[in-house]
Design a binder for this molecule. Structure first.
Ligand SMILES: Cc1ncc(COP(=O)(O)O)c(C=O)c1O
Length: 360
C-alpha cells in the first residue's frame, strides 16, 4: 500500500537532519520555451537550495548526511570527487555551517593549474577545506584513480582516529541511503507543489552521475505511488549494472526510512537512463550541451552548466523535438545546480563565447 504524502513525510521526519538549505525550492513554468516547444515545461530550481549562490542537488542529501555525522559526534568529514566536484564544494559549505572540518580527496580528471585555480576548487580553498589532489597516473582510468583516492583517505582517517578524532565518511556524490533520502523528500516536495498547481507531471528529467539523486527520486516516487516517468540522463559512460545499482540504492532508502515492505523499486520498470548525451565524456562538453546552454539562456535567461544539466537539457530537448515526449505533456526539468562550471577550465566550459563588437 502506498503512503500518503503526509505519511511519507512522517517517515522522513523521524531521521536525523541538519537544516542547510532553503526549501521548498521554486517550481515555475518556462513560458516562452513551453510555447516554442509545445509542451508544458516546468523547472524545479535546486540551483536555489543555498546556502549561497552556488547551491545544488547535494544540499538535500547533505541535510541528512550532516544530520547523521552530528548524531555520531564527528569532527571531520571526508568526501570525494573530481577537482571541480560540486558535491565536494557543497560538502565543505555544509561542514562549515555545522562546525565540522571538511577533508576532500579530489581526482584531477582535468589537471590543476595552480596559477589559475578556478570554480569549485577555488571555493574549496576559500572555505579552508583540507584539499588533497589525486593526480591521474599514466595509463590509469578515472575509476582506478578514484579507488586510489579512497585508499589515501583511509590512511589519513586512520591517522586522525589514532589521535582520538571522530571522522565521518561521505561517498562520492553523497550517494548512499542517508544522502539519497534527501531526494526521496525532494520528490514529495515536487509532488506537493504540482498538486497545489492542480498538475501532475508526465515526465521528470534530470542529470545523473553517481545515481544518488536518481535513486532518491525513484524511492520517493514509489513511496507515494506516483506515475510520472523519471528520465535520468547520464553524464558519463555507464554499463547496464547502473540501473540495478540505482534500484538497489532506492530500496535501501525505502528500507532505511521504514517504508511499507511491499514497496520495492524494480530495476526493469522504475528507473530509466538516457545514455545518448554524455559524449565525448565526463567534464567534456558536446555540441548539443553547448547549444542547450545557449538556448535556455537566450529564451528564458537561465543558466545551466556544461558538465551536468547542459547534457540533461540537451537530452530533454531532443526527446521533445523527436516526439518521444508527446506534445502537450507536462514535463519537469530538475535543475541540479552546478553553474560554477561555467567558470571552470576552458576544456570543461567549451565554446560558449560569442562575437564581441568593438565600436570606434
Ligand atoms: C550539478 C549536478 N547535477 C547533477 C548531479 C548528479 O547527481 P548524482 O551524483 O546524485 O547522480 C551532480 C552530481 O555530482 C551535480 O553536481
Amino acid at each position: 500500500m502506498y503512503c500518503t504524502l503526509k505519511e511519507a513525510r512522517a517517515l522522513l521526519a523521524a531521521k536525523p537532519k541538519y537544516p542547510l538549505g532553503f526549501f521548498p525550492t521554486p517550481l515555475h513554468r518556462l513560458d516562452r520555451l513551453s510555447k516554442e516547444l509545445g509542451v508544458e515545461l516546468y523547472m524545479k530550481r535546486d540551483d536555489f537550495t543555498g546556502r549561497n549562490l552556488f547551491g545544488g542537488n547535494k544540499i538535500r542529501k547533505l541535510e541528512y548526511l550532516i544530520g547523521e555525522a552530528l548524531s555520531q559526534r564527528a569532527e571531520y568529514v571526508f568526501t570525494y570527487g573530481a577537482t571541480e566536484s560540486n558535491h565536494a564544494m557543497q560538502t565543505a559549505v555544509a561542514c562549515r555551517k555545522a562546525g565540522l572540518k571538511p577533508i576532500l580527496y579530489l581526482t584531477a580528471v582535468v589537471p590543476v593549474d595552480e596559477a589559475d585555480v578556478r570554480s569549485n576548487l577555488l571555493l574549496d580553498q576559500v572555505l579552508g577545506a583540507e584539499v588533497h589532489i589525486v593526480r591521474m597516473l599514466d595509463g590509469e582510468t578515472e575509476d582506478e584513480a578514484d579507488e586510489r583516492a579512497l585508499q589515501l583517505a583511509a590512511v589519513r582517517r586512520a591517522e586522525l582516529e589514532q589521535e582520538g578524532h571522530r571522522c565521518y565518511d561521505i561517498p562520492m556524490g553523497g550517494a548512499n541511503r542517508v544522502g539519497s533520502a534527501g531526494f526521496a523528500e525532494g520528490y514529495l516536495e515536487l509532488t506537493e507543489q504540482l498538486e497545489a498547481l492542480g498538475l501532475r507531471a508526465d515526465y521528470v528529467y534530470h542529470a545523473t552521475g553517481t545515481a544518488g539523486t536518481m535513486a532518491g527520486l525513484a524511492a520517493g516516487r514509489k513511496l507515494i505511488g506516483s506515475s510520472a516517468q523519471i528520465v535520468s540522463v547520464n553524464v558519463s559512460p555507464k554499463d547496464d549494472s547502473y540501473l540495478t545499482k540505482a534500484a538497489n540504492l532506492a530500496n535501501e532508502v525505502l528500507a532505511w526510512i521504514g517504508a511499507p515492505k511491499e514497496l520495492k523499486v524494480d530495476a526493469a520498470k522504475d528507473v530509466e537512463r538516457e545514455s545518448n548525451f554524455y559524449q565525448p565524456g565526463y567534464e567534456k562538453p558536446s555540441r548539443e550541451s553547448t547549444e542547450a546552454i545557449k538556448y535556455l539562456a537566450r529564451t528564458e535567461g537561465l543558466f545551466i552548466d556544461p558538465v551536468y544539466s547542459g547534457k540533461a537539457f540537451a537530452g530533454l530537448l531532443a526527446h521533445i523535438r523527436s516526439g518521444r515526449i508527446a506534445p502537450g505533456s507536462t514535463v519537469v526539468f530538475w535543475h541540479t545546480g552546478g553553474a560554477t562550471a561555467l567558470f571552470a577550465e576552458k576544456e570543461i566550459v567549451g565554446e560558449l563565447t560569442g562575437e564581441l563588437i568593438y565600436d570606434r
